[in-house]
Design a protein around this ligand. Structure first.
Ligand code: GRF
Length: 197
């Protein structure tokens, strides 16, 4: 059973899905937030999971990341899952967790990296959007994709209605992708997500 730490900044609905879907392949041992009062912290506490807040204000990116890295290693984390964690991580941190660090992004990567995804998808009149779980590499939202799921974009969609539709599939996709990694059924190799034969 892999020991998993989840990094959040906000409401933590994906964290909730990961808590609910945990099976013999992974156990969430720590929830770390850079934001005091992040809703997901309460969700974690209610499930009996240790929480820790590491504020980022007034710190360099490197010193903040070192502090988080220490918290993760002290807790014995083996895998690190970003779930609405709104800080860009330093190259050093990312390299230190290479192949062990994943993120979920609400688009069909490599399309629509970065922020204001749903606004841009609607503006471009895309017929499909979705969510992607990917290994984290130093370049933002550019890591190899482990799993994707798509939803239709309706002409009447607002960024909010589209975000809500995608969030529903995120909650199914993220636990499944984490289980693949926790069971060593996928790994990061030569810059690719390689699946076990
Ligand atoms: C999700 O849409 C996720 O794709 C993005 O941030 C949002 C987090 O939502 N990275 P929540 O905090 O898990 O509810």
């Amino acid at each position: 059973m892999k020991r998993v730490a989840v990094l959040i900044s906000g409401r933590g609905s994906n964290l909730g899905a990961l808590i609910d879907a945990a099976d013999a392949s992974y156990k969430i041992i720590l929830v770390l937030s850079n934001v005091e009062g992040a809703g997901g912290l309460e969700r974690a506490k209610a499930a009996g999971i240790a929480t820790q807040v590491v504020p980022h204000a007034g710190k360099t990116r490197e010193s903040f990341d070192t502090e988080m890295d220490t918290a993760l290693r002290t807790a014995g984390a083996e895998l690190v899952v970003l779930a609405g964690f709104m800080r860009i991580l330093s190259d050093g941190f990312v390299r230190g967790w290479e192949g062990k660090l994943i993120n979920i992004h609400p688009s069909l990567l490599p399309a629509y990296k970065g922020i204001k995804v749903h606004e841009r998808v609607i503006e471009a009149r895309e017929a499909l959007s979705g969510a992607s779980v990917h290994f984290v590499v130093p370049e933002l939202d550019a890591g190899p994709v482990i799993a994707q799921a798509s939803v239709p974009v309706h002409p009447s969609d607002t960024p909010q209605t589209l975000a809500d539709r995608i969030l529903e599939i995120e909650h199914k996709l993220y636990p499944e992708a984490l289980k693949l990694l926790a069971r060593d059924e996928v790994k990061l190799q030569n810059g690719l997500a390689v699946f076990a034969a």
